[in-house]
Ligand binder design. Structure first.
Ligand code: NAD
Length: 257
């Protein structure tokens, strides 16, 4: 597997799954554009570290994925995009009646609409080269639901639909689009949910992870960022050239239940 000469743009990649995907794509030679909404020295330092570790070119471009123009600007500033990984995402948990409108709007904008905007700018670049990969990081919540996650579940089901439409519009052009659907992966996004769950269930950390958070994940093990990154590498391979418009679950059996 060799992605030398390919440029991968990964949204929301200074942490968690996005960083794991960046790491695995760089390991097989892809040059990278990594991103978040912050513009700190440590973000640019992270890009230098990745470049040194893997001998590839890595740029950090700050862009807020809640803003349509910034999403489009990210791909324009990248200048080229052979592999687009739409990964930026946030979570908020509340019942529908209490769900704040600003949180609903932010989740829909970052977890769903950003992928529409980046894809719209990236596709002509891919078509010009006759090769491209769009990889949307959805979730087991793109295929199933949980209470209190209305915006997240709606956005993730939405991105599964967007992946299918993108695949159809690119069919036969050397460009594929798929959604990876992870179950629980221990990242800062999930780490932030643990204290609330401990309080709510009056359980210690280990028990709440095993009995509550991983209750629907039959393996009772978190998926890892390396496994999600490896799945992205597979989708970039020739073996996956006819894999398009579908979902790949990396969820320890969650959606088999
Ligand atoms: P994380 O919080 O570690 O990472 C989220 C990334 O998105 C960070 O780099 C953050 O800076 C970035 N981000 C947030 N808001 C942004 C904005 N407005 N503009 C640009 N970047 C922004 O979380 P994670 O768990 O790595 O999540 C990454 C993706 O994976 C999300 O789409 C999430 O829904 C999905 N996912 C996560 C899990 C899990 O268990 N961790 C499971 C299924 C799906």
């Amino acid at each position: 597997m060799d992605l030398k000469g390919k440029i991968a743009v990964i949204t929301g990649s200074n942490s968690g799954i996005g960083l794991g995907v960046a790491e695995e794509l760089a390991r097989v030679g892809a040059d990278l554009v990594i991103n978040s909404f912050t513009d700190r020295e440590e973000d640019h330092a992270l890009a230098r570290e990745l470049a040194d570790r893997h001998g590839v070119v890595v740029r950090y471009i700050a862009a807020d994925m809640s803003k349509p123009e910034a999403c489009r600007g990210l791909i324009e500033k990248a200048g080229a995009c052979d592999i687009l990984v739409n990964n930026a995402g946030i979570q908020y948990v509340a019942g529908i009646e209490e769900f704040p409108t600003d949180k609903w709007n932010a989740i829909l904008a970052i977890n769903l609409s950003s992928a529409f905007h980046t894809t719209a700018i990236a596709l002509p670049m891919m078509r010009a080269k006759g090769w491209g990969r769009v990889i949307n990081i959805a979730s087991a919540h793109g295929l199933t639901a949980s209470p209190y996650k209305s915006a997240y579940v709606a956005a993730k089901h939405g991105i599964v639909g967007l992946s299918k439409v993108t695949a159809l519009e690119c069919a036969g052009q050397g460009i594929t689009c798929n959604a990876i659907c992870p179950g629980y992966v221990l990242t800062p996004l999930v780490e932030a949910q643990i204290p609330d769950q401990m309080k709510k269930h009056d359980m210690d950390r280990e028990t709440v992870i095993r009995e509550v958070m991983l209750e629907r994940q039959p393996s009772r093990q978190f998926a890892t960022v390396e496994q999600i990154g490896g799945t992205a590498v597979y989708l970039c391979s020739d073996a996956a050239a006819q894999v398009t418009g579908t979902t790949i679950s990396v969820d320890g059996g969650w959606t088999a239940l």
